[in-house]
Design a protein around this ligand. Structure first.
Ligand SMILES: [Zn+2]
Length: 98
């Protein structure tokens, strides 16, 4: 499994799993990982509702699932390049006349 623990101190544990179905890195809670139905099926319900079939470790991590990122209750870990302010800047620039 390509699981990366995002936070070790309190709060819900959210792991990132890359799905072989859509190649995206979804976020799955720790409790979902340990749920009996997940153990049985090998599929994990991501925060966005996607059922993740975890990619083997040899696969590179997929593109982060935008919906999962939005729904993630934990603070983002070292993703300084993905700040919302940056996107707003792009929007402003597109509104300006050329
Ligand atoms: Zn997702």
């Amino acid at each position: 499994m390509t699981a990366g623990r995002l936070n070790d101190d309190g709060g819900p544990d959210v792991l990132t799993l890359t799905s072989v179905l859509d190649g995206r890195a979804h976020k799955v809670t720790d409790s979902e990982l340990c749920a009996p139905h997940s153990m049985r099926t090998g599929r994990y319900a991501a925060l966005c509702g996607h059922l993740v079939a975890p990619a083997p470790l040899v696969e590179a991590a997929g593109v982060p699932c935008g919906r999962c990122v939005q729904l993630d209750p934990t603070p983002p870990a070292e993703e300084a390049t993905r700040r919302p302010g940056r996107r707003r800047g792009w929007g402003l620039r597109r509104m300006l006349p050329a």
